[in-house]
Design a binder for this molecule. Structure first.
Ligand code: FAD
Length: 471
């Protein structure tokens, strides 16, 4: 009988354990993607980017004579209907580790198994299953360095090659036209601009990886903090949708390291930050909602996401050039450099004393590489409420950061138009890429500072002192 392959964040052929095992059975395979409530809940940019990924993956499957069946609705009901229609005896999927996906999958798996359906989940989104890495005393890790030491010498399985063909069922089930799903509707802010920066699908992701290994990994450690330099892999966009397998990326980095690439080990360490984020989210399922350290519940965060000050942060009009350039990079390219993410997060949570959840939610709406685990870990790390967080009193000074990491102002000039004599095309593109309702124009005067940096820093430190005193 056929096997239903339920794809989620694993839109690839190679390094995909479900596909490798399914292809080896010789049974007919029915690849499916379900637009269920969890997909509907995605932010505007991730949902739009998912649509591009699905379109490409459907074509990839067609290249193997197969198809991607698209269905919308409650996942359990959709799978039931598909089993009825196709006589499938198995439903296989790649594991997800956030609370909502785990709840959904657990509710689906047991009833199917009780009816004799082979409902099975596979590893593949991360290298190390979150429960397979334990401290000496048997618990989960909270600190990155010991986690890294625990995993760095482990054997990482070699990636499975892409199957050459996929056996088809006698009849294909009905599929929704992708266009009917309108996944791009919420992206009513200049999708055309972001579209010029995306890199969609498995082949493009592999090219990106190859390019990084050939040209950038050697200088990765030295240059990865400079946002104007193309020094990082940019694979987050592909990893989050599973357009490239993490084991394939790991082995490419490990080989480069063996061949003497200076940034090799550092690259592997960054991949392990992603692993660590999933480890944390798995063991602390509310990490994207609650302060990791409970004492932070009393911190006087400002929680209103609709104030003028928050709007100016979102618009990149705080008057702090590094912060503003970074926010605009996000609308124009759909991603943001890691150093810049830290700076804007620090500015929001410390200088502005706004709750990290306001920033986390905004990133979830705007990033095409949105990843529930890395986003939550990143925000809590910067805010100081996370496990293994940067100490709260270490308030980034965005101007000093700019002097250090963008000394020639190339990054700021690339993304800021106001006051510039000949603005960079990307700086102008921002005005097409941001929400129309903002009514911004490149002819506006540069914004005055929202907060004097030293005043913001002092207010943040005073609030922190009060938290410590009350603890
Ligand atoms: P590279 O430097 O080439 O690193 C390779 C891969 O390692 C990345 O693709 C990513 O998968 C992983 N990685 C690197 N740095 C980190 C990190 N600090 N944490 C976790 N994984 C890492 N990353 C996301 O993928 N999605 C998010 O939604 C996200 N939100 C973030 C929010 C904040 C506030 C912060 C501080 C960081 C966030 N990050 C997020 C982590 C990091 O900024 C991005 O992974 C990185 O910028 C992606 O660029 P790259 O692919 O060129 O990375």
């Amino acid at each position: 009988s056929p096997i239903i392959l339920w794809f989620r964040r694993d839109l690839r052929l190679a390094d995909n354990p479900i596909l490798a095992e399914a292809a080896a059975t010789g049974r007919p395979l029915i690849p499916v993607f379900i637009r269920d409530p969890l997909v509907d809940a995605l932010g505007a940019a991730p949902k739009w980017r998912l649509g591009l990924g699905l379109e490409r993956f459907a074509r990839t499957l067609e290249g193997l004579g197969s198809r991607l069946t698209l269905r919308a609705g409650d996942a359990a009901e959709v799978l039931e209907a598909l089993i009825r229609e196709t006589g499938a005896g198995a439903v296989w999927w790649g594991r997800q580790y956030d609370a909502a996906a785990r709840d959904r999958d657990a509710k689906i798996k047991k009833p199917l198994q009780e009816r004799g359906i082979d409902a099975r989940s596979f590893a593949g989104h991360v290298i190390f299953e979150p429960w397979e890495v334990e401290t000496g005393s048997g618990g989960a890790y909270k600190v990155y360095s010991p986690y890294w030491r625990a995993v760095r010498d482990r054997d990482v399985p070699q990636p499975d090659p892409a199957p050459r063909s996929l056996k088809t069922p006698k009849d294909w089930p009905r599929s929704d036209p992708l266009a009917d799903w309108s996944l791009s509707d919420a992206m009513n802010r200049g999708a055309d601009v972001v579209a010029t920066h995306v890199c969609v699908g498995e082949d493009a992701a592999r090219e990106r990886l190859d390019n990084f290994i050939s040209n950038c990994i050697d200088g990765y450690k030295a240059e990865r903090d400079f946002p104007a330099v193309e020094a990082t892999s940019r694979l987050s966009e592909n990893l989050t949708w599973g357009e490239i397998g993490i084991r394939e990326v790991w082995h490419a980095g490990a080989r480069a390291m063996q061949n003497g690439a200076r940034g090799g080990e550092h690259f592997l360490k960054e991949l392990v930050w992603r692993e660590f984020a999933w480890h944390l989210l798995y063991h602390h399922p509310r990490m994207d909602r609650d302060n990791f350290r409970p004492e932070w519940a009393d911190f006087p965060w400002q929680t209103d996401a609709d104030t003028d000050a928050v709007l100016r942060w979102k618009q990149g009009r705080t008057g702090v050039a590094f912060v503003d350039a970074a926010m605009r990079e996000m609308y124009v390219t759909g991603t943001m450099h890691n150093r810049a993410r830290m700076i804007v997060a620090s500015y929001l949570t410390k200088h502005m004393l706004v709750h990290w959840k306001v920033g986390l939610d905004w990133f979830a709406d705007c990033l095409i590489d949105w990843d529930p685990a890395s986003n939550a870990m990143g925000w809590q790390w910067v805010a100081g409420s996370g496990p293994d967080a940067a100490p709260y009193f270490r308030v980034f000074n965005p101007d000093l950061q700019a002097d250090k990491f963008d000394a020639k102002a190339r990054y700021r000039r690339r993304f800021l138009a106001e006051g510039a004599r000949a603005p960079h095309p990307d700086a102008l593109a921002f005005f097409d890429a941001c929400p129309r309702s903002w009514a911004l124009s490149p002819d506006m005067a540069p914004p005055p500072p929202l907060i004097a940096l030293d005043k913001g820093r002092k207010a943040a430190l005073a609030a922190y002192e009060r938290l410590k005193a009350d603890a």
